[in-house]
Structures are given as structure tokens and as C-alpha cells.
Design a binder for this molecule. Structure first.
Ligand SMILES: *Cc1c(COP(=O)(O)O)cnc(C)c1O
Length: 396
């Protein structure tokens, strides 16, 4: 069976009525026949049929044993961190998603969890940092926003030899481009806000796991901490997921064209896209991402100033200036002043996020229109440059 057929038919038909759309069970509790005698559902935090349907669909998408839905991507990440106890250590990719970095450093370090940040794009380099104290190896591949790629299979083998679990934040690739559990990861987390939802109309998070042991642990934490996704948003997320194959395949094709256009543009100093043969780990990405390199492209302007980037991101028509990514409508952002604003400049530059780096999230518009939109913005930036140069002497 093909991937999309499998996905579409993992969305259950309602047994009671034949409803082809999963019903929204908007309820807090369930009536019991006698104490403890129920139909498998007892309280809205612990279980809900709409959420249960979503969780089964995502488990199947990631080819895991089970999946669990949370209120946001960060709530999902938070649930995974609760597998740890004081004294445990995490080895994490060095350009971790900013929100995860904030949670690791400002919340969990004070509970005695130590995090070491490592350049995991070099699997050999990663070996030295994973010890028998390491409980979790935390990867993102591709990373945000410079789209670094790590070899999940290789790192999982090293981590397992030390008894650590491997977590992959699969938000950027989506399960269509990459299935980390099949590459040896133990846990996958998602911001469902991005490609899974796909329409920029909800926030959600998911955890998918490899085996029963982890399923039981995460299920316990989900119920004990309570950060679940409500039934309305579960329904909306199912509705989004139904078209994920079509969306992501198109977004990847478009991103490839956009990246090639950018790589040939004289106003561009650098393009980050795993689908370009010039990308450091292009070969690994080609192998572990089913030939789909993702819908996100980042680039640095030749005029490498924040001012030039601001000029660019306020000059596009179809690419809307906003945080987030993965939706049907194209978005762009300027990480230095948006997603990465809280990171000190030196540290930001060190991880490759230049002052003028711009991140594009390609939507499902025609690639030609998106490229025309970018061309226009480049013209605005170069006009501005002429103006800047002619006024330099005045400013001094
Ligand atoms: C957005 C994002 C998150 C956080 O998800 P929220 O739904 O915003 O809480 C985590 N990881 C990555 C890679 C993200 O892009």
C-alpha cells in the first residue's frame, strides 16, 4: 500500500454513525455504569476518542508503537524531558530550536539536568560527548534556521551503545520526508503547529515512540502533567494531516527551485538548503530524507546587515513576515530580530545565523510566483544600497 493510501485510511470511519469525519468528542467526563465500569474512557485529560484517533494516525505516520498529543510542540518536548531525573545528562545538537534551548537551560538545568551542546553534523565528533551518564541524545535534522543535517542512524548506534535514548525533533522534515524511528531513533517530537497542521491555524505538539516501554512512560507523563491537546484542535490537526503528503511534496519541490534561484543570485552570499549538492551533508540528507529536502530555505544577503534584511523581509508580497513555518501560505522571517533575538549576537553568529540571514518557508503557491516575489525584494534592497552609498559621506 502506498504511503498516502495508508495515511488516508488510518483516519477511522466512526463506527456508531458512519461519519467519515472523525467526531469531535467535546466532553470533560464519561458516564460510568458502576464505579470503574466504563467504555474505555473515564476523564477528558486521561483519554478522549478524538485525541485517540489523532494519536493513532501520527503513530502510523511515524511508524511508531504509539503517539501522544500535547497542547504545543514545547509541551511535547517538556513531556519527554520528564523522563529524566536530577543528575541525568543530555547531549544536544548545538543549534537547537530556541524554545527548546530556553526550556533546557532556564527550566530543567535548575532541576539538576546537565545539557552539553555538540556539533552533531559530525557523527565522529559526537562520539566523544556521549558517555554512560548521557540519558538523551537530542537531535534536530534539519536544524533551524541553517538546515544542518546529522546522521541519525550513525548517532543512534553510538547512543544505544551507551544506553541513551535518541530523540529527534522531526518538525522541519515532517514524517513525509523523514521517519527517524526507522533510522534508529527512540522518540520523535513534533511541533504539530508546522507541517502536520499545515494551515497555520493551530498550535499542537506530538511525541511518537518506538516501543511499549516508552509508550507507557509518555502516556503516564501526559496524564500526570496534563498538557493535552483539546478535542477541537485534535480534529483540526487530523484534517490538516490528511493532505500532508501533497503539501510537503510540493513544498519540497518549490524549495529546491527557490534554493537554486537564490544560489545563482548576485545579491546572495550564502544559501542553506540540504537539497543543494554544495550542502555539507547533502549525501546524508539524500539518504535519510527519502530524496525530499524540506520546504525551508535560508540565505544570507551580500549586504550582510540587519537593515538590509529588514528591507528585504518588508518588501515581499506573497512571503508574509511571520514566525512559524510549514503552512500552505509562504512565510519568511529574520531570525536575528525574531526567532533568535534572545540569543547573544556572538553565539548567534557562531551557529551561522548571520545578521542578514533570512529564512523562507515555502507554501503551496506556484514556485514561479514565489521566485518573482523574491526578485522584486532583491531589487528593493539593491536600490536602497545605492541610496546608502550616496549618503555615506553625509552621515559621517
Ligand atoms: C515551532 C517549533 C517547536 C515548538 O513548537 P510550538 O508548537 O511552537 O510549541 C519545536 N521545535 C521546532 C523545530 C519548531 O520549529
Amino acid at each position: 500500500m502506498g504511503k498516502t493510501t495508508n495515511l488516508i485510511h488510518s483516519v477511522p470511519v466512526d463506527e456508531l454513525t458512519g461519519s467519515i469525519s472523525v467526531p469531535i468528542y467535546q466532553t470533560a467526563t464519561y458516564v460510568q455504569e458502576a464505579p470503574g465500569v466504563n467504555k474505555g474512557y473515564d476523564y477528558g485529560r486521561s483519554n478522549n476518542p478524538t485525541r485517540h484517533a489523532l494519536e493513532k494516525i501520527v503513530a502510523q505516520l511515524e511508524e511508531g508503537t504509539a503517539a501522544f498529543a500535547f497542547a504545543t510542540g514545547l509541551a511535547a518536548i517538556d513531556a519527554v524531558l520528564k523522563l529524566l531525573k536530577a543528575g541525568d545528562e543530555i547531549v544536544a545538537v548545538d543549534d537547537l530550536y530556541g524554545g527548546a534551548y530556553r526550556l533546557f537551560t532556564h527550566v530543567y538545568e535548575k532541576f539538576g539536568i546537565k545539557v552539553t551542546y555538540v556539533d552533531t553534523t559530525d557523527a565522529e565528533n559526537t562520539i566523544d560527548y556521549i558517555t554512560n551518564k548521557t540519558r538523551l541524545v537530542w537531535l534536530e535534522s534539519p536544524t533551524n534556521p541553517t538546515l544542518k543535517i546529522s546522521d541519525i542512524e550513525k548517532i543512534a548506534a553510538i547512543a544505544h551503545a551507551q544506553g541513551a535514548w535518541v530523540v529527534v525533533d522531526n518538525t522541519f522534515a515532517s514524517p513525509i520526508a523523514q521517519q527517524p524511528l526507522k533510522l534508529g531513533a527512540d522518540i520523535v517530537v513534533h511541533s504539530g503547529t508546522k507541517y502536520l497542521g499545515g494551515h497555520s491555524d493551530l498550535v499542537a505538539g506530538l511525541v511518537a515512540v518506538r516501543n511499549e516501554e516508552l509508550a507507557e512512560k509518555i502516556k503516564f507523563i501526559q496524564n500526570a502533567s496534563g498538557g493535552i491537546l483539546g478535542p477541537q484542535d485534535c480534529w483540526l490537526l487530523i484534517r490538516g494531516i490528511e493532505t500532508i503528503t501533497l503539501r510537503v511534496e510540493r513544498q519540497c519541490r518549490t524549495a529546491q527551485k527557490v534554493a537554486e534561484f537564490l544560489a545563482s543570485h548576485e545579491e546572495v552570499a550564502e544559501v542553506y538548503y540540504p537539497g543543494l549538492p554544495s550542502h555539507k551533508n547533502h549525501a546524508i540528507a539524500a539518504r535519510q530524507q527519502n530524496g525530499l529536502f524540506g520546504g525551508i530555505v535560508s540565505f544570507v544577503l551580500r549586504q550582510n546587515t540587519e537593515a538590509a534584511a529588514v528591507q528585504f523581509v518588508t518588501s515581499t508580497t506573497y512571503f508574509k513576515l511571520a514566525e512559524s513555518l510549514g503552512g500552505v501560505k509562504s512565510l519568511l522571517c529574520h531570525p536575528a530580530q525574531m526567532t533568535h533575538k534572545s540569543i547573544p549576537r556572538e553565539k548567534r553568529l557562531h551557529s551561522g545565523v548571520a545578521d542578514s540571514l533570512i529564512r523562507l518557508s515555502c507554501g503551496i503557491e506556484e514556485a514561479e510566483d514565489l521566485i518573482a516575489d523574491l526578485k522584486n525584494a532583491f531589487r528593493t534592497v539593491s536600490r536602497k544600497k545605492v541610496w546608502n552609498e550616496s549618503t555615506v559621506s553625509l552621515e559621517k
